[in-house]
Design a protein around this ligand. Structure first.
Ligand code: BDR
Ligand code: CA
Length: 313
């Protein structure tokens, strides 16, 4: 099996961090061409620092990390320190990473990579607001047809919203960018809250990660201990939803997931429902399908995969 070439576009974020660790632990299946950071959970200066920190925790300091957009395409930035803490990675003992930030802008890297690599050979994995991808598609429409697939975390239908009653955070922060992506015609797989809210960090699952008895295991368990407190309080759930690693797990073991090819559109106008993903799950319109909208996963298989892969780092 040849490793699939991906660009991770991210705003770490504890769950983004686990997604990055999972990808870096899986070189047989995944070739991380670069990590492009975007403002989201916390401002850009923190997301790019956090991404570099995670690469060092994974002992992969040669990974290329880029800074992209510091704001959404048309709106002021909304952040989520109330979920992720002031640093975005609250929980473990944090440190200043030594590995460099690449000097090239993250959006330029996305454009140049898609132009340089063979058409249809690079998959984009957005784990945050879609601002970098939106700008890349706007500035360089020639790259759209060259993307193999976009596998993103964002949106919700049955679970409706987490940042507002109607919208999921990543889509809400930059609905115009999400709209560009959803209308681009690129093959898209979406991991909405409908599936990520079934990927819960229960105490035995975190304990299995801590039992790895390694730097990566402790760092991850410390992040997840912090991360889950917010959702346990909010939803009364057993643990926190591990959103972003669903994207990477899908690349490695797609059979863990199931969904439907449907039409998904984003609300960009209404104040009340801004960023809502209107997903035609029941096929009640004749709007053409533009995304594989994932609805379910094998949660035990998912956490097993994460734990086994983290053990490799
Ligand atoms: C998404 O928002 C962020 O807080 C998480 O990192 C995830 O990407 C979940 O709504
Ligand atoms: Ca994220």
């Amino acid at each position: 099996m040849t490793a699939r070439k991906i660009i991770i576009d991210t705003d770490p974020g504890q769950d983004d961090a686990v997604a990055i660790l999972l990808a870096l632990a899986s070189p047989q299946e995944i070739d991380v061409l670069g990590i492009t950071c975007v403002a989201g959970n916390v401002p850009l200066s923190r997301t790019e620092t956090n991404a570099r920190m995670i690469c060092e925790v994974a002992a992969r300091p040669q990974t290329k990390v880029f800074a992209g957009r510091s704001s959404p395409l048309q709106r002021p930035l909304v952040t989520a320190e109330h979920v992720h803490g002031k640093t975005g990675l609250d929980g473990p003992d944090l440190f200043e990473p030594a590995m460099p930030l690449q000097s090239q802008n993250g959006v330029d890297f996305i454009i140049e990579t898609l132009r340089a690599e063979p058409a249809g050979s690079v998959t984009l994995c957005p784990l945050g607001p879609l601002s970098n991808i939106g700008e890349a598609f706007q500035r360089a429409p020639d790259i759209i047809d060259r993307v193999q697939e976009i596998i993103l975390m964002g949106g919700a239908y049955f679970e409706v919203g987490n940042i507002t009653p109607a919208a999921e955070f990543n889509i809400y922060v930059d609905p115009e960018a999400a709209d560009i992506v959803l209308k681009s015609g690129t093959p898209i797989t979406m991991m909405p809250l409908d599936v990520t809210h079934k990927a819960l960090t229960t105490p035995p699952r975190i304990a299995a990660i801590r039992a790895l008895n390694s730097r990566v295991g402790d760092f991850t368990a410390d992040m997840l201990d912090f991360f889950e407190r917010f959702d346990i309080e909010k939803y009364g759930s057993e643990g926190g939803p591990l959103h972003d690693p669903c994207v990477i797990a899908y690349l490695i073991q797609p059979e863990l997931f199931s969904g439907r090819h449907i039409n998904v559109e984003v609300e960009t106008q209404s104040d009340l429902t801004l960023g809502m993903t209107v997903a035609d799950w029941w096929g009640v319109t004749d709007r053409p399908a533009n995304a594989l909208f994932i609805g379910d996963l094998d949660a035990d298989g998912f956490f097993d995969l994460i734990t086994k892969r983290l053990a490799r780092l």
